[in-house]
Design a protein around this ligand. Structure first.
Ligand SMILES: *Cc1c(COP(=O)(O)O)cnc(C)c1O
Length: 449
């Protein structure tokens, strides 16, 4: 019998990591580059923490969304939701792709105008529109989306005084199986309120009804809700046509598409569970095309998608400040990114990833921000390798809502960089300075000495 070849025994570290109770791997991936730029070079130049936005990611995502809808329905228009991320550079990328602007305050309205959008491509939503805001919107021919009866009467008077016709749409809240229902915005469909107000808008001599609008909520993963909403909106448009022989120019289905982030408490990662643009587009356009809307007068379909278009394009870079042991034995890692600059960490299980492979060994770790406040927790419990003070971390998918809901709490806001399509780095928002904030304050005479 031939003797078997001898092979020296070796010890190999198992790198797969223990699966968690849902069978998901626990190995921590690393991100060392964004759009081929080394994170360590970016941080060497601009410090820590900072935000980085990828222009090509925004464009790629926008084009996917546009294609999903435009390939199924003849007339589609996206309007960029300013409050999701109103950095001018970001808005301008969306506008250069053809998006209109969707704003919810006079401040955002001014930004849209400054970014080169004409009034007739601004959708003005929201419960608060001042006299000056409304006058400007009437004069610019912006699409004013009525939110309440008080606003309806107030706008009517203003338009009458200006001797102008205000271009309006009605914001409608409806039951599409999404609870709690956002019935605080606009007029309810099922209890007849929307129809009641539409009848008043139609006979108003200083208003022209351009469209119907609904925005049901945010991070809606049930595409069936959009099928119901689209059908109800189409039926309402048909009812208007039958009574007034008036065809609305557009149906605006709002935003609310989920991004690939993982909600707190979700079993599976958002990247596996969140519907695609094609999924949303399929149900919305099918409902519209199957309705009684006349094929030769199909209204423009407007979408105000926010988070789904920009979340993936944003990254937050930061550094480890310290490691410690909590009294129950758990490891804690403190980083320089706090909830004041990562507001979405209250809802999402954000990935916090190393930028280089240090060790395959991970341990259940709590990741804290730098604020002197107990709620400053970035991740409650995550399998995480041991990093040292000064090591870099990356938090991907933070492009939506963080750069608008950020707070100047304890610390000033960090800079924002944009990587353009040729991989050049641009500073698109400077780091805030002490002087800036101090200059806004005043101390009364008697306290000066
Ligand atoms: C916030 C908002 C949006 C964008 O919502 P997302 O969930 O981010 O897509 C769209 N329309 C209106 C009226 C909004 O208030």
């Amino acid at each position: 019998m031939k003797k078997l070849d001898y092979e020296r025994p070796i010890i190999n570290k198992v790198n797969a990591g223990m699966p968690d109770k849902f069978g998901m791997g626990t190995r921590v991936p690393i991100i060392s580059h964004i759009e081929e730029l080394a994170i360590k070079d970016i941080m060497a130049q601009y410090g820590s923490p900072l935000y980085v936005i990828s222009e090509s990611c925004i464009r790629k995502t926008y084009r996917q969304a546009q294609r999903a809808f435009a390939s199924r329905y003849p007339r589609v228009q996206f309007a960029w939701s300013y409050k999701t991320n109103y950095l001018n550079a970001v808005c301008k990328i969306f506008h250069s792709e053809g998006a209109w602007a969707e704003v919810v305050s006079g401040f955002e309205y001014s930004k849209a105008i400054e970014n080169g959008i004409s009034g007739d491509q601004i959708i003005f939503n929201g419960p608060e529109k001042s006299k000056e805001d409304l006058e400007r919107a009437i004069n610019d021919g912006a699409m004013i989306h009525l939110d309440s009866l008080d606003e309806f009467y107030f706008l009517g008077e203003l338009a009458h005084k200006l001797n102008k016709t205000a271009k309006v749409a009605l914001r409608i809240n409806l039951d599409a199986g999404i609870y709690p229902q956002w019935d605080r915005f606009g007029f309810n469909l099922e209890n007849g309120e929307a129809w009641h107000v539409l009848n008043r808008v139609m006979i108003h001599d200083s208003m022209e009804l351009l469209g119907l609008h609904t925005h049901m909520g945010t991070y809606i993963t049930a595409v069936s809700a959009y099928a119901i909403a689209a059908k109800k909106m189409a039926d309402l448009a048909i009812r208007l046509f039958r009574k007034f022989n008036h065809s609305v120019k557009y149906l605006d289905l709002g935003g609310g598409f989920a991004s690939k982030n993982t909600l707190k408490g979700a079993y599976l990662p958002g990247s596996d569970t969140c519907p695609s643009f094609d999924d949303y587009a399929e149900v919305i356009t099918s409902a519209l095309l199957a309705s009684e809307l006349p094929p030769d007068r199909l209204p423009l379909l407007i979408l105000e998608s926010g988070r789904a278009l920009v979340d993936d394009a944003g990254f937050m870079l930061g550094s480890v400040l310290a490691n410690k042991r909590l009294v129950d034995g758990r490891r804690a890692t403190v980083i320089d990114i706090g909830v004041n600059m990562l507001f979405t960490s209250f809802w999402y299980e954000h990935d916090v990833l190393p930028t280089q492979m240090k060790s395959d060994q991970t341990e259940n770790t709590t990741i804290y921000g730098p604020l002197c406040m107990n709620i400053d927790v970035i991740r409650e419990a995550v399998q995480f390798p041991l990093l040292q003070r000064g090591d870099a971390v990356v938090i991907p998918r933070i492009g939506a809502y963080n750069m608008t809901q950020w707070m100047q709490f304890i610390k000033l806001r960090p800079p924002v960089l944009l990587i353009d399509e040729d991989r050049n780095l641009h500073l698109i928002r400077k780091k805030e300075t002490y002087e800036q904030f101090n200059n806004m304050e005043d101390v009364p005479e008697h306290l000066k000495t």
